[in-house]
Ligand binder design. Sequence first.
Ligand code: SF4
Length: 77
Amino acid sequence: MKNNEDKEFSNSEITVTFDPSTCTQSGICAKELSDVFSFSIIPWINLDNTETEKIINQINRCPSGALKFKRNLTKAS
Ligand code: SF4
């Protein structure tokens, strides 16, 4: 059974994925950007709380690579 619901989070611009088996529990994400990442609140990634570029910068600081993002495709109108 495929169940990615608790590991994939989106706002209008990006989709963030989290791989718990890769995470080294460094806590950097929750410490440095607690508006978005939390270990105590479910859902623990809330992309609505800050600017997308800040989220991307924080993801790039994840030492294990557990956090990744991709930019959402925008439909041409
Ligand atoms: S920064 Fe990366 S390795 Fe550290 S707790 Fe967050 S997801 Fe896990």
